[in-house]
Design a protein. Sequence first.
Lengths: 218, 281
Amino acid sequence: MDNNFKKVIIIDYQLGNLYSVKQACDTVGMNAKISSDPEELLNADALILPGVGAFIEAMSNLKKNGLDTAIQSKVRAGTPIFGICLGQQLLFSESEEFGAGQGLDLIPGVIKRFPETFEERKIKVPHIAWNTIFKFKQDWGNSPLRDLGNNEFMYFIHSYFVKPSDDSCVLTFTNYDGIEFCSSVLVNNIFSTQFHPEKSADKGISIYKNWALINKLL
Amino acid sequence: MKTVRIIPRLDIKGPNLVKGIHLEGLRVLGKPSDFAKYYYEQGADELMFMDVVASLYERNNLHEIISETAKSIFIPITVGGGLRSISDIKEVLRVGADKVCLNTAVIKNPQLIKDASRMFGSSTIVVAIEAIKESNGRYLAYTDNGREYTGIDVFDWAEKVAELGAGEIVITSVDNEGTGQGFDLELISRVTNLIGIPVIAHGGAGKQEHVVDVFKEDNISSAMISSLFHYHYIVSNESKASALEGNVEFLNQKRSFHTFEPCSIGDLKRRLISNNIDCRL
């Protein structure tokens, strides 16, 4: 292995399955390391912010270690970041979840919960399914989704979703039982998905590969 | 879009994949990793690994199988059997599981559902309910693979499980499990219409139509299946069990049961789609 590989830090804040994220990075040849050390994070060439669980718990864990300010300063300085599931939600301004408060505020917008009923139908929450992602205004050609066709299936498991203030950052939408929500975002150096590419078989792994290639991490 | 999930369930005893009837009388079918890889390639939506003897010994022995599987299989993996505490859960998540499935431990201590879902997120916590129908028509929850009587009403328990913060429920009809006679539709539809979280139907799939039937229930989005796929695998592949332990007679005969019409995951999904049931193919 070449030691000059770009260094990717998978941010560990004690929530979520980091093992699979690391396996996905290894599979495509990234030099990725799991770390909760803000110093290491500040020296990284790129960041991955994974996560499963509660927003409040996540923000409080990030703050405890000083990871929140480290992420903010790196991303504002242009370092590529890839947010996954809860990791995507944390990049936004604030959650509507009671008492949850502020996120990292790197993308303007709010986090909302799926309603229990929609058009008089009961909605099962969490949304746990392979569901399709489809194009919005942005082209996928220069994005990590560039090898995918429209309406590709990805794996979702979540109760909350993001609502950006400005929809020009939306890369894909997904429709869950009639409710359309933003399922991925691309804005400058920030790429994030509500679905789990590391749980979405070969097509999902191609997203890791293309994110690494676009950001020259291989 | 509303899509359904097909989840192969792998019951593990020691080093082997096993299958029983009514969750008992285990026969050895082969090496778990061979089946897992095959199901992944065939388009399984998730995998469930259950250590079927763990609850008796109060420990889960799947760590090695899970971390090996999670290296090359990029779909969600749920692990169950013998998980009793927050630290047990933390340990299986650390070695690569995405979700945990709890039964015996949460019947003894329902608070564990609340603590675990707060700590790991609701979506990580799956609760299994093993239901047996009494002669008076009442459904009661059992533990330890349908062996231990609890006296708890299935529907009361399902409501409580959802309220405590679980993300999903696997509802098993112990009466139908391993028999191939079809799902217990009454049990499954009553549970799913009662609660707001997703329900996974388990126990009884003997042919493709049974799975089509369960998805005709409006609020069912997942089916957990063992025998249909396992028997298809052993008749169409070389399966080598570890000869060290267990009942391998059945495997050596290389046959299925007459009550089953085995099929691959792909066959089943094509059948679902032709019945206007959406899923990932």
